[in-house]
Design a protein around this ligand. Structure first.
Ligand SMILES: C[S@@+](CC[C@H](N)C(=O)[O-])C[C@H]1O[C@@H](n2cnc3c(N)ncnc32)[C@H](O)[C@@H]1O
Length: 309
């Protein structure tokens, strides 16, 4: 029995079949219109050759990190570093022709896979930054530091790219409210306290991993928070743009793109994950809220009012 406050998305087998039927396959080449706003069920290595060339404005890739991991019934087995390098080259070289010349790319990693992914990206793209996400949650280790962060590489296809700085500003509490001429300097006084709207850095400590009381939560073992993906989408695409995800998982990229008025296309090999993605896309028809993002700004961890995005 789930507690009434537990919002984790759960489906019966019958419901699952209905959602799975909404996914498409791409066993033969598809047009941009056929790829738009679709969850494609299949192996990304077989699907990507059938996707349209130069159709994506933004790619967000969250591949399996090089760890033994059970993705809801389908296992990823840790490779040697050399094998993971070949694997990364293989999926990236299939993804690159799908990008528009002015496209941006984000790739998620843990600290170890990051050492392999970064140089591969550098070889093919213009690497612009490495975001560090302080995830908080992580398994303790007796003989090592707990792993509490992830990397997100930011790269672009060329020197021309979208970066909407104003769309990703952060609302932070002011610790030392400085006044000039008796007036707040770069901050505002509200009933809730004193706040400053600031530019985001490449260190993100304002985002929690999805957990059971959040409407976006599923049982996917490595689900990314919508708040994190929202920052990437808002900064690096415009409304109506196409966001592509070759490892869609529980659908976070697709759902967040939909909530923010972008088009999406995601590929996922696991049927259970595809079901979660479709269920979340259905929920996004009526609920466009993204936890931690309200009034056009990102709020510090656990401080945002819950409103429609
Ligand atoms: C790290 S997870 C992505 C999680 C996702 N960002 C989310 O928020 O749910 C990687 C996903 O890639 C999927 N995957 C692994 N190999 C794949 C392949 N060859 N083709 C398509 N999907 C694959 C796994 O099933 C898993 O769901």
């Amino acid at each position: 029995m789930k507690s009434p406050r537990n919002k984790t998305i759960d489906l019966t087998a019958e419901e699952g079949a209905e959602y799975l039927a909404r996914c498409v396959r791409a066993d033969t080449p598809v047009t941009p219109a056929q790829a738009a706003n679709r969850v494609i069920l299949g192996d990304t290595f077989r699907v990507m050759p059938n996707l349209p060339r130069a159709f994506a404005d933004l790619m967000i890739a969250d591949p399996p990190y090089n760890l033994d991991k059970d993705f809801s019934g389908r296992k990823f087995t840790k490779m040697t570093d050399e094998e993971y390098l070949v694997y990364t080259e293989a999926w990236l070289s299939q993804a690159l022709p799908l990008l528009k010349p002015e496209a941006s790319v984000y790739v998620c990693c843990d600290w170890r896979s990051s050492m392999i992914v970064g140089p591969v990206l550098e070889k093919h793209l213009r690497v612009r930054n490495r975001i560090t996400w302080q995830r908080e949650k992580g398994r303790g280790a007796a003989g090592n530091w707990k792993n509490g962060m992830e990397d997100i590489w930011f790269a672009t296809n060329s020197s021309r790219y979208i970066f909407n700085l104003d769309a990703v500003k952060i609302r932070r509490k002011v610790v030392a409210p400085y006044r000039a001429g008796g007036k707040p300097k770069d901050w505002e006084q509200t009933k809730e306290g004193n706040f400053r709207i600031t530019c985001p850095s490449n260190f993100w400590d304002d985002i929690s991993v999805p957990y059971w009381s959040m409407a976006e939560n599923t049982a996917h073992p490595t689900q990314k928070p919508e708040k994190l993906v929202a920052k990437l989408i808002l900064a690096s695409s415009n409304p109506g743009g196409m966001v592509f995800d070759p490892f869609l998982g529980s659908g976070t990229t697709a759902v967040t793109a939909k909530k923010l008025g972008r088009c999406f296309c995601g590929v996922e090999i696991n049927e259970r994950c595809c079901v979660w993605a479709q269920k979340r896309l259905e929920m996004a028809e009526t609920d466009k809220a993204i936890q931690g993002y309200a009034d056009g700004v990102f709020w510090e961890r656990n401080s945002a009012p819950r409103r429609q995005a």
